[in-house]
Design a protein around this ligand. Sequence first.
Ligand code: FE2
Length: 392
Amino acid sequence: MLIRNTAVGDRECDVRIADGVVTDVVELTGGDAVRLAPRSEEDVLDGGRVTPPFAEPHVHLDAALLGRRAPNRSGTLREGIANWSALRASLTEEDIRERALATAQMYVDTGTLSIRTHVDTGCEVAVQTLLDLKPVLAERGVQLQVVAFPQEGILRAPGRREQWERAVALGCDAVGGIPHFERTTEEGWRSVRIAFDLAEENGRQLDFHCDETDDPGSRNLEVVCAEAIDRGFSGRVVCGHCTALHSYPNPYAAKICELVATAGVQVVANPLDNVVLQGRYDSYPRRRGLTRIDELWAAGAHVGIGHDSVMDPWYRLGTGNLLDAASMAIHLGHLTSEDAMRRVFRTLHHENHLPFGTPPEIFAGESAPILWWDEPDEIEILRLRPRPRVIS
Ligand code: FE2
């Protein structure tokens, strides 16, 4: 495959892909480049933009596509949890597998080939089913990571911690947690330290649902960052949501943004869910419930953008297209400057890969697949949300 006159970052290039590798990237800017000539029988595309594939850092495949089966009539987090709890015990391997594969295909169709899913460790059949899907999806070119997520906390009731530890022992890639959901502030902090202990013992990454509340008194992110620094976990910890940061007093928020950057903790914003699940105790003015993406960027922190729910008990909408989540982040975060919109687009194919390792780039020698967009301008891609062509 030869792609001529195509945008690569802020350059115009000719790009060749052969036998699963990007073999040539020739920059045309300057005019004296030796153009790549089509070989016989080689497919040729012209124009548009090429990017690495997108990565999804935060979704729940065990619950995906259940939204129609158990409608959330109030649209609240509380009813979502109740609906999930009612469904969870009746889920079968076949059902979980079918929904997870259908959802993964939605991601593939819209350019996402790496998926990090959380799995509720209170449902062992879901844990095993999603772990079993890793090689199945790998054959289809999709990298799957599974986070052992204790949906109902580890300290609130007997047996939950053991279920969560068993999920890690079964082979989950990362240890999850939900400190703001534990009974007390102290137990939340304790749960963070227990999660670090488990990750250390088993050589795993960490991925918390952290401070997913409008309560400015929910201060687990600082504990996660301190533990990450003290235990040398820089680059191996993700904190999803962090919506309390939206509501912290500004001086404390500034301290936290700096601490997140220093700790090498990645914050993953989930704007689709958070805009409808947060602010539920507000009348007006009603808070947006999105973490402070712009201030985290300014502090030098890594921020990812997740879809979180795909038509599940918490969020009835969603198509598995990360451009939808990016568009929502732009709207809610006042990220409408030209630079901010381009940075949001880049997040999907760059920072979103950090939980999976070094983000891919487009250069000669890099492995395919890559995405080709029939549109060179990132902002137009965000506006129109076209489907990319996956080229391998
Ligand atoms: Fe989540």
